[in-house]
Design a protein around this ligand. Structure first.
Ligand code: ADP
Ligand code: ADP
Length: 236
């Protein structure tokens, strides 16, 4: 089953065309790596999937992106709900200056959850899914900014998972982290694909080879190749 279908996607920043006729289908519960040189459009493409680009002045988008038979650029779409279904994790860990608990409970609260017992369950489940629970369960009231960089990034993953998205977008989620934290997050991504569809921008080919099922190469705004990772990385 497809999680997302992209058809003839063009994106312009003013006069500059940053994405050119992108066609791609992304299967549910896979890890897709987006790779290519700096400036080739990886982040721009990632951000079109939860409409993070379309409020930038001068941006024009043509083509269609379909989730569950619905065009996500349709005027009827509730962008807040779309962002709940399509979560995002950024390059630099960006926890809110609040407690660990409040960071994870943030999304569910925004969506109206007020029941303390249910919030407790969501916080525990999300922190477990992000492989952080054991490290923080005795200090949920502590400030998130006191955690290490790698822990902060896993907290940001937990915060994204707390609203039960279908798709998780990750924009170079390990490039600000040390090798041990990076390895932990790579391992975590492998586990998360049991439940989520993960689309990850990386400039690290080895990382793409280690963690992804499929790899998409971008060059100059075009999707030049997209295939099973093991096929792309095996020598002909
Ligand atoms: P990254 O290393 O994450 O790809 P970039 O330098 O491409 O970082 O972009 C950093 C920020 O600056 C992004 O929000 C991007 O949208 C914006 N940006 C990049 N290029 C331009 C540009 N030519 N004009 C305006 N904003 C830009
Ligand atoms: P990548 O993620 O592959 O490094 P980006 O998607 O950040 O590439 O950028 C693709 C192209 O679009 C680059 O030429 C970049 O300068 C340009 N760009 C990115 N963001 C903006 C923006 N907000 N305004 C204008 N140009 C942008």
């Amino acid at each position: 089953r497809n999680a997302i279908q992209i058809k003839d996607l063009d994106l312009y920043y003013g006069e500059k065309q940053a994405l050119k006729k992108i066609n791609m289908s992304i299967e549910e519960k896979t890890v897709v790596a987006l790779i290519g040189p700096s400036g080739c459009g990886k982040s721009t493409f990632l951000r079109t999937l939860n409409r993070m680009n379309d409020m930038i002045p001068g941006v024009r988008i043509d083509g269609t992106i379909t989730m569950h038979d619905e065009d996500i650029y349709n005027k009827e779409i509730d962008v807040e709900m779309l962002r709940k279904e399509v979560g995002m994790v950024f390059q630099a860990p960006n926890p809110f200056p609040k407690s660990i608990y409040d960071n994870v409970a943030y999304g569910p609260r925004v969506h109206g959850q007020r029941n303390r017992k249910i919030l407790d369950e969501i916080v525990e489940r999300s922190l477990r899914q992000a492989a952080l629970w054991e490290e923080v369960k005795d200090r949920l009231k502590d400030r998130a900014t006191g955690l290490s960089g790698g822990q902060q990034q896993r907290l940001c993953i937990a915060r994204t998972l707390a609203v039960e998205p279908e798709i998780v977008l990750m924009d170079e989620p390990t490039s600000a982290l040390d090798p041990i934290s990076t390895a932990k997050i790579e391992e975590l991504i492998q586990e998360l694909k049991q439940k989520y569809t993960i689309i990850i921008v990386t400039h690290n080919m080895q990382q793409a080879a280690r963690i992804s099922d499929r790899t998409a190469f971008f060059l100059n705004g075009e999707l030049v190749e997209e295939d099973k990772t093991e096929r792309l990385f095996s020598n002909p």
